[in-house]
Design a protein around this ligand. Structure first.
Ligand code: HEM
Ligand SMILES: *[C@@H]1O[C@H](CO)[C@@H](O)[C@H](O)[C@H]1NC(C)=O
Ligand SMILES: *[C@@H]1O[C@H](CO)[C@@H](O)[C@H](O)[C@H]1NC(C)=O
Ligand SMILES: *[C@@H]1O[C@H](CO)[C@@H](O)[C@H](O)[C@H]1NC(C)=O
Length: 342
């Protein structure tokens, strides 16, 4: 375990240097309203930040291999709804409806929250009231992506945690599998994420699973006289029909989003799409729509290209509507707002 974290830290160094130079060179071009995050935000206030995160993540991911997919999805849902500000982490309570009260967030997996709690606990011991939950989530996700075989990329730091979490903000900001590609492209573009970055980011579906209810329409009642989506590979469709037959009685039934290598971060997801083996309607749609198809083909043919664009997309996603200065605070606990301080 020790050798793993050492390797990760060492291989980070060239990235960090390159990025530091890139940021330095681009400073004159940044507008003043753009939030100023930095790579070394915790250098003096919490020098062991990166090491503590990596150690906690490594232990958790080895014990519970579904953690990587779980946390990546939590991060996506946080950043899309009012920005990367840990607003999704606020636990439901009896006083107020939070983002987690929305149905779209009910299925968010517990391990994605647990890893943040564990990391926050470790960091509070080393440097109390210093590291934001939003930064923890961003750094944890990067370490998890690396652990399951995905690309490394630098994480800018200095996000503050939100002071609000609103149920009503969730629905308009999250993509759903029954949406058209127009709607989905607009949604991502409204966050500053381009089509090629979006196609690369949805490659996160190389990990994890979806509940049968999320794709039941595609296999049981696609259209009035056409039960099964013709874009789906027929053998795959038959297997899913059998597998999900009991899903209304047992709503926990779930299938892998990447049929062949669901625990490994690779480009198999795109290769599946080209064979009609996409699970969600929107996954398959990306391989059909002329705006997204070229990128699906590119990533299916070239894993390096996928990794580069995914890394770029994650950095973009991690900057969506971040809060700095007085726009937020550092929570004492990630799942509740601070009561006595701001
Ligand atoms: C077109 C856009 C997207 C749609 C419609 C979509 C929808 C979904 C749905 C319906 C599930 C299954 C949830 C369940 O049944 O519990 C899922 C799982 C997942 N999504 Fe997405 N998603 C999209 C983009 C993304 C992006 C951009 C990321 C991350 C960068 C992401 C990460 C994940 C992960 C990792 C899982 C698996 C979670 C697990 O196994 O615990 N998704 N997504
Ligand atoms: C998509 O599905 C959701 C929930 O499953 C539903 O509320 C919504 O109306 C559907 N949207 C479209 C465009 O069919
Ligand atoms: C279907 O789900 C119910 C509820 O979980 C369970 O009791 C039953 O054994 C399941 N049937 C099959 C065939 O899996
Ligand atoms: C794969 O993509 C990378 C990065 O864009 C590029 O440098 C490389 O030449 C590509 N490889 C092939 C075989 O096209």
């Amino acid at each position: 375990m020790h050798s793993h974290s050492t390797t990760m830290a060492t291989s980070n160094t060239p990235f960090l240097l390159l990025l530091a130079i890139a940021i330095f060179l681009s400073i004159p071009h940044l507008s003043h309203s753009e939030p100023q995050l930095t790579l070394d935000y915790y250098k003096t206030t919490c020098p062991d930040f990166a090491r503590i995160v990596t150690a906690t993540v490594t232990t958790k991911q080895i014990a519970t291999p579904t953690t990587a997919a779980a946390t990546l999805r939590v991060f996506f849902h946080d950043c899309m709804v009012d920005g990367c500000d840990a607003s999704v982490l606020i636990a439901p309570n009896s006083f107020h409806k939070e983002e987690r009260d929305n149905e779209l967030n009910h299925a968010l997996p517990g391990d994605g929250f647990d890893i943040v709690t564990r990391t926050k606990t470790a960091l509070e011991l080393a440097c109390p009231r210093t590291v934001s939950c939003a930064d923890i989530l961003a750094q944890v996700v990067r370490d998890l992506v690396v652990m399951v075989g995905g690309p490394n990329y630098p994480v800018l730091l200095g996000r503050k945690d939100s002071l609000v979490s609103r149920l009503s903000d969730v629905e308009p900001n999250l993509p759903q599998p029954n949406m058209t590609m127009d709607v989905i492209i607009n949604l991502f573009e409204s966050k500053g994420i381009t089509v090629h970055e979006m196609v690369a980011l949805v490659g996160a579906h190389t990990l994890g699973f979806a509940h049968c209810s999320e794709f039941a329409d595609r296999i049981y009642h696609y259209e009035k006289n056409v039960p099964t989506d013709p874009d789906m590979n027929p053998t795959y469709a038959e297997a899913l029909k059998k597998f999900c037959s009991n899903y209304t009685k047992d709503p926990t039934m779930s299938a892998f989003l990447d049929l062949y290598t669901p625990g490994k971060f690779d480009n198999m997801y795109y290769r599946n799409l080209l064979k009609g083996l996409g699970l969600l309607a929107t996954d398959q749609l990306m391989a059909e729509d002329p705006r997204t198809k070229p990128f699906v083909e590119r990533y299916a043919a070239n894993q390096t290209a996928f990794f580069e664009d995914f890394a770029e997309g994650m950095q973009k996603l991690g900057m969506v509507d971040v809060k700095t200065g007085d726009e937020g605070n550092v929570r004492d606990r990630c799942d509740v707002f601070n009561t006595f301080r701001t």
